[in-house]
Every structure is written in C-alpha cells, then in structure tokens.
Ligand binder design. Sequence first.
Ligand code: 13P
Length: 392
Amino acid sequence: MLVDMGDMLRHAHAEGYAVGAFDLVSLDFLQAVLAGAENRRAPVILSLAESHYAYFDPELLMPAVRVAAERASVPVAIHLDHGHSLEAAIRGIRQGFNGVMVDASSLPLDENIARTRAVVEMAHGCGVPVEGELGYVAGVEGEDAERHPGELRFTAPEEAERYVRETGVDFLAVSVGTVHGRLRGEPRLDFERLAAIRALISVPLVIHGGTGLSESQFQRLIEQGVAKINYYTALSDAAGAAVRTNAQVPERRSYTDLVKGTQEAIRLEVERCIELWGGAGRADAVRDACRPWREVEHLIVYNTQDASSAEVDAMMTEGRRVLSAIPGVRQVITGTSVKENAAYRHCWLVRFVSPAVIDSYRDHPDHQSFADQRFRPKAADRISIDYRHSVD
Ligand code: 13P
C-alpha cells in the first residue's frame, strides 16, 4: 500500500522510531527490501538515487517499484534520493516518486535555499513532500568512504532554522559526522550539534550514510529526532559477498548461479536495520495514521464545433505535448470515439499523481493558455470530472 510519505515520517517522528530508506539498484533489491519490511511488518521507503541511474533506467525500474509498492502488505513510500535539480524533481514525480529530495548542499546557503524553495513550491503543488540537505555528507554510496568528493561540512543549527523556515522543506537531512559509503571505523558523531538543531526546528530529521554506524549511535540519533535513515552500502556489500561465495564454487558459472542468495543477504540486513530502528510491528498503526497515496484521473469528454478533424487532431497533439509537461501530470491521453454516433466524440484523460494537482494544474499558465486559446473555443459542449484512482 502506497501512503503519503509526510504522514509516514510524522508518525515515526512522533512515536520515536526511524523508517529505513533503502536505495535500490535492481529488481533483486526491490524484492528483498519489500520482503524484509513485510516479514517485520514495518513501514518502508523505497529509495532510488539519481547517482545510481548509471546502473538502471528509471523509466523501466519505476513501473516495477510502483507495482510492488501498491501490492505490498505494509505501508510504502517511494523516494527520489539526491535529486539535483528542479527538472529531476518534476521528472521524478511524473515517474511515480511520492517524496523527493533536493540536494543542493554543495551550493552556498542562499543558492541552496533558492533552489530548494523552487522544488518545494512545485512539489507541494503536487502533494509531494520534500527533503532538503544542509551541510554536506561526503562520500559515495557503495564505495570506500575515503574516496569522497569534497570535505564533510557539519550543519550549523542557526542556518538549519533559517533554511527550513525559508524553504518550507518537510524533512531535513543533517550532517553531524556520518559519511556515505564503507567506513574503516565507527565515525564520531556530534550529538550536541544534533540536539541544538532539534531545539530550533520541528521537522523530522534524516540521516544519510547509515552504513557502519553502531547500534548505540542509531539509538541516540533516533532519540534526537531522526525519523528516516538512508542505507545502501551495507546492502550492496551483503549482496556482493553472496556473489563472491558463489564464484568460489567452480560449477556455479552462470549469471543466475552467481546471484543466487543475493536477495536473501539483502533481506537479512534490511530486517536487522528495521528491528534496530524500531519500525518492526508498526505497519498497521502507520497505515491507520497515513493518507493513502492515490492518483486522480481528470476526464473530459467533448464535442467540437466548426473544426475539421485535422484541426482537432492538431489541437490534441499540441495538448499532449504542452499538458504532459505540467508538474504532477503523469500522462495525457487523447481519444476519438470508435462509434461515429457517440454522444461525445472526443476525450482527454489526464492522469494526475494526486488530488493536489487538480488545483495546481488548473492554475498553471501553460494549462490556462492552452485551454483558453486552443481548446475551449472549439469545445463548448463538454463534461469534466476528476475521478479518484483505484486499481485491482
Ligand atoms: P550508505 O551507503 O553509507 O549507507 O548511505 C546511503 C545514503 O545515504 C543514500 O542517500
């Protein structure tokens, strides 16, 4: 069941546990992470990082992620991890993410605020919550942490207060000593800094670079307001270890022989984290506390006056191009009735990612100019209805 990610993390924040946001790079990860969450009856965030798009095509993996989330027996959110631009966020929401991160943490504070605020304005118009990052968590997921691009920069509490107030972000990723990737020892975390940040802001906090932290570090982070923990390298290494074990058996030569057991290895690590972070057994309470995430079908049936079929076709072609670029629109389908004597000859089916898009789409300048100049003058006879989306 796909649920509102803001509701999910507010529940975790209020109840004092953290939801795991596990980065996926393949169907093996998707199946293993969901199996782990279902075994532990825990809410879970399926996370795809823009930096991992070298390993898979998101246009292909996202439909699978959405189907898996919808049929899961535990509450699920789908999150774009480390999106770097407004365009990436718009594209991601169209693909089905119902939470997005904007990572402008490498920019100076004012530019980070400006870029983040632009993403927040767009995403909130789609009903999608936004995670921002302030300070810089160095390192690269899946690699040795020493190979980090840039120096770790800690989050300054007063800047965090200003950043959250001026951007309107729903969750804040903080830098208090964690790094992405494989660590040599336990990192030193600045819990005093975290307490000072927490005293100034009320949104749920996010920790990146979960791999390599100790049980007591996780516990203290959660006690201090961390409601989402990003985790990847340890899952990838567990899968890698399974492949290495297989590779030592001479008869195991095929791809399917070599990846045997990888899902199991990922699942076990996911279950360990869920248990440790306090999410186990919470699925039903989270489902009750969260709005279901449901798409909306904006349907218009219409007849045209004084227009040739070539003119109607041209108008529909332009509409598909213009309207499908509006944030929160998943797809624009146009149609002409199979029977010539149908009461209404043409239709638009515009798929919105959520009910919030009904208003933001109606008010969007590209929609208004297309509707006023191209569509409405030709189609006075029309019926429009927004349907809540349900699928079996
Ligand atoms: P690790 O790979 O260190 O677990 O970090 C994951 C992460 O923070 C993804 O955003």
